[in-house]
Design a protein around this ligand. Structure first.
Ligand code: ADP
Length: 265
């Protein structure tokens, strides 16, 4: 697998995610830098997952949910009318909180399935791509002798790396992570964090985490969201977006400081 960085930039312009009539998050404007890790933090319900799901058109898969505004992947608006959401989701992959190891499939097939859907059927090419993806997800050495065993036989941390391998297999430019370590023990968490730092060399990464230490450890930039109830309806709001070192030492917004010091959330 090539290690050429994808250099993908995402620019979020005036993004407004709705659930039915309710605006979930006030207009978001953010530029996500290429080959950096951008963390999204904030208390429960501030819209972290909602905003993340808007970045690869997953939000609209929820009944009644819709989006206004633009998300530019490099120079292309992923919400333009002629854009196929399936292709967007291949370019901007997503790894979820719970690892997804497909129950009825082997470790090999867990990865090959996405490749077949992308039109790759040649056995040799499939085998090469499965191996390259497992290597890139730091899982190859642990599974190379049991590729035909069920994916579900792996530990939680290994299943999460299998999910990452599946995402990498279809050659994304950006990978979104929604609380990827919240179901994992500290050692498995450390392995995923090391892997994220490695993947950053090639991919642009956005991670939602409720774990502030994790954001501080691995991210380059941090976006802080809060819940605003001023008008009586709880609505998410982006209060600060800065380099992570600044967010954690000299935040611009007093609400960031309150959150980081544990006074809210
Ligand atoms: P976070 O990830 O920060 O915990 P979410 O993005 O899950 O926050 O939620 C933001 C807001 O959107 C919350 O008020 C939540 O209740 C609402 N919300 C989330 N998912 C749905 C849904 N499927 N239907 C309706 N409202 C939702």
């Amino acid at each position: 697998m090539t290690t050429t960085p994808t250099q993908a930039t995402i620019e979020i312009r005036n993004l407004k995610p709705y659930y039915g009539k309710r605006l979930a998050v006030r207009p978001v404007n953010m530029k996500i830098e290429p080959n950096k890790i951008t963390a999204i933090i904030g208390p429960s319900g501030c819209g972290k997952s909602t905003v993340l799901r808007c970045l690869n058109r997953m939000h609209e898969t929820i009944l009644g949910a819709r989006v206004e505004g633009q998300v530019m992947l490099n120079d292309e608006n992923i919400y333009a009318p002629d854009v196929d959401p399936m292709l967007v989701r291949r370019k901007i992959g997503m790894v979820f909180q719970q690892p997804i190891a497909l129950r009825t499939r082997s470790i090999f097939e867990n990865i090959a399935i996405g490749l077949r859907l992308a039109g790759i059927n040649d056995k040799r090419v499939l085998a090469e791509k499965v191996e390259a993806s497992l290597r890139a997800a730091a899982l190859w050495d642990e599974v190379k002798d049991k590729l035909n065993q069920a994916g579900t036989a792996l530990s939680g941390g290994q299943q999460q790396r299998l999910s990452i391998a599946r995402t990498i297999a279809v050659a994304p430019e950006v990978i979104l992570f929604d609380e990827p370590c919240s179901a994992l023990d500290p050692i498995s968490t450390m392995k995923i964090e090391d892997l994220l730092l490695d993947l950053r060399k090639k991919y642009t990464i956005v991670i939602v985490t409720h774990n502030m230490q994790q954001a501080a450890r691995i991210s380059d930039n941090t976006a802080v969201f809060m819940v605003d109830t001023d008008d009586g309806v709880p609505t998410g709001v982006l209060v600060e977006y800065n380099p992570t070192s600044k967010v954690f030492t000299q935040p611009d917004d007093p609400r960031t400081e309150d959150y980081i010091s544990g006074r809210v959330g």
